[in-house]
Design a binder for this molecule. Structure first.
Ligand code: FES
Ligand code: FES
Length: 160
């Protein structure tokens, strides 16, 4: 039986009436038209569908909507502020840290969470933390560079 759920998505209150077992990924893409979150494996293995739930990176394909009720969700659409890209987006562009871009929204949100907990991560930390994010284009070396650049940009912005 359908139920009504209230979520805060990218800072806005959204209400959805649906099957409680439906994956958050489908609700975001189909009901809220937030198609920046990508469907990869659908089994929690590739992290293309990563969103932040209360700041924690989470595969939305295996998260039923009932588990997201009354929580704060951040998707890739909520990162830029108007025309100004988030530092992680800026760094990905500058370092060419993507090719087809399919894994990129999930990867970027994973990096946002990483930098929140570890503002100056080492190469080993970056590799270990992001190993669950699969990139079919194998853009891993540039990804590591992009994380370091994003960390430097964030540090410079905080020093202003
Ligand atoms: S689509 Fe969710 S982990 Fe692959
Ligand atoms: S950039 Fe193509 S899958 Fe990662």
């Amino acid at each position: 039986m359908d139920k009504t759920f209230t979520l805060t998505v990218n800072g806005q209150a959204r209400t959805v009436t649906t099957d409680p077992d439906r994956p958050l990924l489908h609700v975001l893409r189909e009901d809220l038209q937030l198609t920046g979150t990508k469907y990869g494996c659908g089994e929690g293995q590739c992290h293309a569908c990563t969103v932040l739930i209360n700041g924690q990176s989470t595969p939305s394909c295996i998260t039923p909507i009932r588990n997201a009720d009354r929580h704060s969700i951040q998707t890739i659409e909520g990162l830029a502020q108007g025309e100004r890209l988030h530092v992680v987006q800026e760094a990905f562009l500058a370092e060419g840290a993507f090719q087809c871009g399919y894994c990129t929204p999930g990867m970027i949100l994973g990096v946002v969470e990483l930098l929140h907990g570890s503002p100056k991560p080492t190469d080993a930390e970056i590799r270990s933390r992001l190993q669950g994010h699969l990139c079919r284009c194998c853009g891993y070396p540039n990804l590591v560079k992009a994380v370091h650049r994003a960390a430097a940009l964030a540090e410079a912005a905080n020093a202003r």
